[in-house]
Design a protein around this ligand. Structure first.
Ligand SMILES: [Fe+2]
Ligand SMILES: [Fe+2]
Length: 153
């Protein structure tokens, strides 16, 4: 692999790593903050996803290391997930579901980008991105289903 290709893949993996950790932080916060009967299922789903998204970050970090990069500490993370900030109304489940869909869409876009970027030069990273993409798509379908139901009530 050319050094420039490798460096740009490492850079993109760093971005994904940051995104996954921010998702962990916000799913965790919202899985605790939400109130009410309607929120219970969403809290459980978010709590389960915290573990999955953390595993994504770990897998990305391990690949960064294998490629010769270094995994960032907290001060080097780029945090920008506005849609998932805890709402002032702690029963506003729909706002959270919409925030989750935005985060999952961002992850889907990101892994598609990495898959294309790796084509022809890094099939190991590409394979990881494909696996992560399929899990993010599953998350999106789950929360799309929640949104359908919650909008009815
Ligand atoms: Fe993820
Ligand atoms: Fe996800």
């Amino acid at each position: 692999m050319r050094k420039t290709d490798k460096n740009s893949i490492i850079e993109e993996l760093q971005k994904s790593y940051s995104m996954e950790l921010e998702t962990v932080m916000n799913y965790l916060a919202n899985s605790i903050n939400l109130d009410g009967v309607r929120a219970e299922e969403i809290k459980k789903a978010l709590a389960a996803d915290v573990a999955e998204e953390l595993l994504h970050a770990r897998q990305l970090g391990e690949r960064i290391k294998q490629l010769g990069g270094q995994v960032a500490g907290s001060l080097d993370l780029k945090l920008e997930q506005k849609a998932l900030q805890p709402p002032s109304d702690s029963t506003d489940v729909i706002a959270i579901i919409e925030g989750v869909l935005e985060a999952e869409d961002a992850a889907i876009t990101e892994y598609n980008k990495i898959i294309r970027q790796c084509e022809g030069n890094d099939y190991v990273t590409q394979d990881l991105a494909v696996r992560l993409l399929s899990q993010e798509e599953a998350h999106r379908v789950l929360f799309e289903g929640f949104l359908k139901e919650y909008r009815k009530k």
